[in-house]
Design a protein around this ligand. Structure first.
Ligand SMILES: *Cc1c(COP(=O)(O)O)cnc(C)c1O
Length: 394
């Protein structure tokens, strides 16, 4: 009998031919500056664990205590019987931290974006979206069936033109951007987008996945970084990156959050966070508030690493955050570079088309507050040596 999934093998063959096929690497230790991966000790520049909270003793203790009190799972979705008192405490805690009326926590940043965009808009509405916005925003936009208008990356004039062209159209308009772009590490032009949204009466939404815990006072995100409190209608953040655990949240007015409680499909139809996750997130907010020096350390080490990469002649594009891509060119070369770095003890992921445009393949590095100078010097030495051997830029 013919295999109805045979086309998948053909697709995989194509991936292998283009050098984009990968096998999942296995972490055999906690996520740390030096981690054990596939049987080898490597300097880990491949995580989003910006503040080193993923393996922090206080988060682990909080998780263990929550398991003892509440068990391993919640047994239901939030709207049936799966809302714990600590779920509500975390939402109040985040709302107060972000200086907004209310907050809802989703299972992930992905479901926060997709669930929010798809539930607040319908087929008669319009979404004006940055060209490089995250996949979860794009999926949410598609699920909403609203019309999607893509503006040129980080170009508020282009966003303004799209909104101006829609001025006479019926339907709601949502202007949406990432706070920090995950592949290039540049910061979205939020102040100018705010003005455009206000001028045309659009809803403004920002996805602060890579800015939560990284930008703004105590890691409050881009709205705080730019001093735009009260002017951004919907702020999404993640609990999976700098916060070190898992989850996504949406911040805004009480009505927005009540509406999402009633209409956001991942909230309604998928089980709530296990107690360990929620308790560890609460402990992470204690640390964000008590230890802002972690974020200062993150930025100090970021400046050092970027400075040294530039001195070595690497091309790092438009990055202005701890996400620093090293541009290589073709996807095959980026993946080969990443594999060769790994053999020498440095873990940094190769990223190619379709995640980034053709010809702009790269390895992506993310430093964390817990990397030492010595570890980064070793990483830089490996980068320079392997790049030279492989004939990659510097
Ligand atoms: C990682 C990321 C997400 C998804 O967050 P998770 O909590 O990992 O699901 C959403 N948006 C952006 C821009 C991201 O980088």
């Amino acid at each position: 009998m013919a295999n109805p999934l045979a086309f998948l093998s053909e697709q995989l063959t194509q991936l292998r031919a283009s050098g984009s096929y990968f096998r999942l690497r296995e972490l055999e230790s906690a996520c740390e500056p030096v981690s054990r991966v596939d049987g080898r000790e490597v300097i880990n520049l491949a995580s989003n664990n910006y503040l080193g909270l993923a393996n922090h003793p206080k988060l682990k203790e909080a998780a263990i205590a929550a398991v003892r009190k509440y068990g391993a799972g919640t047994g239901a979705v939030r709207t049936i019987s799966g809302t714990l008192d600590i779920h509500m405490e975390l939402e109040r805690r985040i709302a107060a931290f972000k200086h907004v009326e209310a907050c809802v926590v989703f299972q992930s940043g992905f479901t926060a974006n997709a669930g929010t965009v798809s539930s607040i808009l319908g087929k008669d509405d319009h979404i004006v979206s940055d060209q490089l916005n995250h996949a979860s925003i794009i999926d949410g936009a598609r699920l909403s069936r609203a019309k999607i208008h893509v503006f040129e990356h980080a170009n508020p004039a282009s966003a303004g033109e799209k909104l101006a062209a829609l001025a006479g159209e019926p339907g709601r308009k949502l202007l949406i951007t990432d706070g920090v772009f995950s592949m290039d590490g540049d910061i979205g032009p939020l102040p100018a987008l705010c003005e455009a949204a206000e001028k045309y009466g659009a809803i403004l939404m920002v996805d602060d996945a890579h800015s939560s815990g990284v930008l703004g006072r105590n890691g409050r995100g881009t709205v705080d970084h730019f001093g735009l409190h009260g002017r951004v209608d919907i702020q999404v953040g993640t609990l999976s990156k700098a916060v070190g655990v898992l989850g996504g949240y949406v911040c805004g007015s009480r009505d927005l959050i009540d509406y999402l409680y009633h209409r956001a499909r991942p909230f309604l139809f998928s089980t709530s966070h296990p107690p360990a996750v929620t308790a560890a997130c609460l402990a992470a907010f204690d640390i964000l508030e008590a230890e802002p020096e972690r974020i200062e350390m993150l930025w100090a080490i970021t400046r050092y690493f970027k400075g040294e990469l530039a001195r070595l002649g690497f091309q790092t594009g438009r990055s202005e955050t701890p996400i620093t891509p090293i541009l290589v060119g073709e996807a095959g070369a980026a993946h080969a570079f990443s594999r060769a770095l790994f053999e020498e003890g440095l873990f940094a992921t190769g990223i190619g088309f379709p995640t980034v445009p053709e010809g702009q393949a790269r390895i992506r590095t993310i430093v964390t507050a817990t990397h030492s100078r010595e570890q980064l010097d070793r990483a830089l030495e490996i980068l320079a040596r392997v790049a030279k051997k492989m004939g990659i830029s510097p």
